[in-house]
Design a protein. Structure first.
Length: 221
């Protein structure tokens, strides 16, 4: 097995169990979904109008939960120093960490997104598109969140710093995703919105590992 494959296997195991992994993220996602009718009212028309936006807001917030320990644990126990001098480049290490995070946490959240949207009254016709947009947007969330985790490496309040860096960057895909689903539910063209989500995720997947690698090298001194 190649060093990159071994690293991915390790990172997937850590992402799955880190801070509760997918179970905690799904529980948080479910809690936000359950609270929505309690805060805005239980009228079906109102819930249906908010279903798309609420599911994307829950997806973005749930994606934040396990980011803080993505680099911090390796930094504390010295494993990050070994990764920095290992056969896999730091850029690739960062990309592998983000990919493992997406598969372990992002994909389960993407599967839960159409269920949450349906529970809030979203039309059945857009549930498949909800899954697709959440999976693509979740990939961008994972890479952007990984970059935020690297930028916060070594800080005392890493979680707050990650949120401050990452949440503004989460806004475009959340807006594009909600807009895409809203257009689809009204029978309007939605392909452009999906293309914007994919472009943002692709941009994040290309740029974030590079930024993260520089941040890690700076933290290691």
């Amino acid at each position: 097995m190649s060093p990159a494959a071994l690293l991915f296997q390790r990172e997937f195991g850590l992402a799955w169990g880190r801070g509760g992994g997918a179970i905690l993220a799904l529980a948080f996602f479910t809690a936000i979904t359950a609270l929505t009718p309690l805060t805005v009212g239980s009228e079906p028309e109102r819930l249906a109008a908010l279903a798309v936006g609420s599911s994307w807001l829950a997806l973005a917030l749930a994606s934040l939960l396990s980011l803080e320990r993505m680099f911090e644990r390796d930094y504390e126990d010295g494993a990050l120093d070994l990764l920095a001098i290992g056969p896999v480049s730091l850029v690739a290490v960062a990309a592998i960490k983000a990919l493992a995070q997406w598969i372990a946490v992002g994909l389960p959240l993407a599967v839960a997104a159409p269920i949450a949207a349906a529970a809030l009254g979203a039309p059945d016709a857009i549930l498949g598109l909800t899954l697709i947009t959440a999976a693509i947007g979740g990939l961008g969330f994972a890479f952007t969140g990984m970059m935020g985790a690297a930028l916060a490496l070594g800080s005392r309040r890493g979680g707050l710093l990650i949120a401050a860096v990452v949440l503004p960057l989460f806004a475009p895909p959340a807006i594009f995703g909600a807009g895409t689903l809203a257009a689809a539910s009204q029978g309007l063209p939605w392909a452009g919105g999906l293309a914007l989500i994919a472009a943002w995720s692709l941009f994040s997947a290309v740029v974030s590992p590079v930024v993260a690698a520089f941040s890690v090298r700076d933290a290691l001194g």
